[in-house]
Design a protein around this ligand. Structure first.
Ligand SMILES: [Zn+2]
Length: 318
């Protein structure tokens, strides 16, 4: 009997110890948060039901804890396996668990924008839809994926491209009036096989140093409730739990397509300058202009990556 009592005491001590550690770790993590300044009404743009939970829940929960307005624009019902209706219902429950008003949820579900890696999503139509929601909901901040789309999913990448198309169009129409929302992208974390509390704390610390904004989940319970709502996706459960995105979101300002075009022009001009030096037999390419050369090479790499995409989109916008 005495042994049993001792075991019970030890068990209670372990539970209390773990809880205290969790609270201390959580508060240490919270101190690393770096919110987007000046935001009061935020639109999160995603591709599928569950993206908002497994990738953006730290941002959404943190903003809601500060009583800021969060809106969600999800382009599909996630109907790739024919269970779109069920997943749309799950999305509504998850959004409620994240503390977002159901009036702030938009599921686009356009026949031209459907779930699937092989689908080519029409960026101008997506950009128009984003513009309409920004205007209707008085959005001052838009958050979406980065160009890697967390794990390279083309639908995620299309969300990022559509926000960029929208942002460039808005900037052109606003002509410096400052009326366009700021646009942000979720940094794709490097893949790690093993994730634990230490890795999450390291990720949060790195985020604070290297990124323009960081959100740390303020409520593990809120994240768990939202994840539970996506019951049809439960095969992801153990996999997702080990990822940093449910704990930390690192965000950076989204580059515009115009910015890429500027880099491409700089590249062309710097490279032609280097070629001129080289033709004249000048020693400058190896000394004074070496920084310009490397800068030009970086810009040319950027241009190569985006040039086809940029020209196609700019043609569509004109
Ligand atoms: Zn997705």
């Amino acid at each position: 009997m005495r042994t049993l009592s001792r075991l019970c005491l030890i068990a209670v001590a372990i539970v209390v110890g773990l809880s205290v550690t969790a609270v201390i770790s959580q508060s240490a993590l919270q101190s690393l948060e770096r919110p987007i300044s000046g935001s009061s009404s935020i639109l999160v743009v995603t591709a599928h039901p569950d993206d908002e939970t497994i990738f953006f829940s730290p941002t959404i929960l943190s903003l809601r804890q500060k009583h800021l307005e969060v809106h969600l624009l999800c382009f599909t019902t996630g109907n790739f396996r024919g269970i779109g209706d069920r997943r749309a219902v799950e999305l509504k429950a998850a959004v409620a668990a994240l503390g977002v008003d159901d009036q702030h949820l938009v599921i686009v579900n356009d026949t031209r924008i459907q779930d699937g890696k092989q689908e080519e999503w029409p960026l101008p139509i997506m950009a128009e839809r984003i513009a309409a929601e920004v205007s209707k909901r008085h959005i001052d901040t838009v958050v979406t994926f980065d160009h890697k789309g967390v794990y390279g999913h083309p639908n995620h990448k299309a969300c990022q491209e559509a926000v960029r198309v929208y942002a460039d169009g808005c900037a052109r129409n606003a002509e410096g009036s400052g009326t366009c929302p700021s646009t942000w992208q979720l940094f794709t974390e490097p893949h790690r096989k093993f994730m634990g509390a230490v890795t999450i704390i390291q990720t949060a610390a790195r985020c604070q140093k290297l990124h323009q904004a960081c959100y740390i989940t303020p409520s593990v319970v809120g994240t768990m409730r939202a994840m539970t709502a996506h019951a049809s996706q439960w095969r992801w459960w153990t996999h997702i739990l080990s990822k940093t995105y449910v704990s930390v979101n690192a965000l950076d300002r989204l580059p515009g397509f115009e910015q890429d075009r500027g880099a491409a022009q700089a590249s062309a001009s710097e490279l032609s300058m280097r070629d001129a030096f080289a033709q004249d037999g000048d020693v400058a390419p190896h000394h004074a202009s070496s920084r310009a050369f490397h800068s030009a090479r970086r810009a040319r790499a950027l241009h190569t990556r985006h040039s086809l995409q940029v020209s196609r989109l700019l043609r569509q916008l004109e």
